[in-house]
Design a protein around this ligand. Structure first.
Ligand code: IMP
Ligand code: MG
Length: 178
């Protein structure tokens, strides 16, 4: 275990089980649809690459990079698009892949943004959900796991751009950021 990790919450195997179960639901719900899986960079990369390989359907993939300014562990609510989607989404069913939903500000902004671009539908798939921290209510369609108000890293999730490569998800020692 990495020295900055206090406790492992989800092992590699736990994550595999979550991914398989969500992929099955997506496969069932999106069968016959013309859809695009859109990962939010950079936190979703590990989850996105695993989930896309387990959904046995024809679909396109794309990425959006959005940033919300604020302190390192809390978002401000102002969201900015740094890298836009690279194809037309008009009339397409969009499935957003996110690492974690915290305040909900990022996804509230992104879902409205995709609706303006005339997506046929927009659904949200997140690996983790922290409902206790929600500031903006958003409908979440697929959730890997609900977690309490703790700061987690690994499997794509970072603190200050570090720890994304850990194959498990753990609670970061508060001494690292306080
Ligand atoms: P929201 O707009 O507050 O919902 O912010 C969601 C984003 O905040 C996620 O995509 C993450 O990048 C980041 N985030 C929120 N909680 C955590 C955490 O526990 N660990 C790592 N990143 C987090
Ligand atoms: Mg993120």
């Amino acid at each position: 275990m990495h020295k900055d990790i206090q406790k492992i919450l989800f092992s590699k195997k736990d994550i595999e089980n979550i991914v398989n179960s969500i992929a099955k639901q997506i496969e069932k719900d999106y069968n016959g649809k013309d859809f695009i899986m859109v990962g939010l960079l950079k936190g979703s990369v590990a989850f996105m690459t695993d989930i896309m390989k387990r959904v046995n359907l024809d679909f396109a993939i794309d990425f959006i990079a959005a940033s919300s300014y604020g302190s390192a562990t809390e978002s401000s609510g102002r969201v900015n698009i740094q890298k836009d989607i690279s194809q037309s989404i008009e009339g397409k069913d969009i499935l957003i892949i996110e690492d974690i939903i915290d305040s909900g500000n990022t996804l509230d902004f992104i879902t409205k943004y995709l609706a303006v671009k005339k997506a046929k539908s927009v659904r949200i798939c997140t690996l983790f959900n922290k409902p206790d921290r929600r500031k903006t209510e958003i409908p979440v369609d697929y959730v890997g796991a609900v977690i309490p108000d703790v700061f987690v890293v690994g499997y794509g999730l970072d603190y200050d751009e570090k720890y994304r490569n850990l194959p498990y998800v753990g609670i970061l020692k508060p001494s690292v950021y306080s």
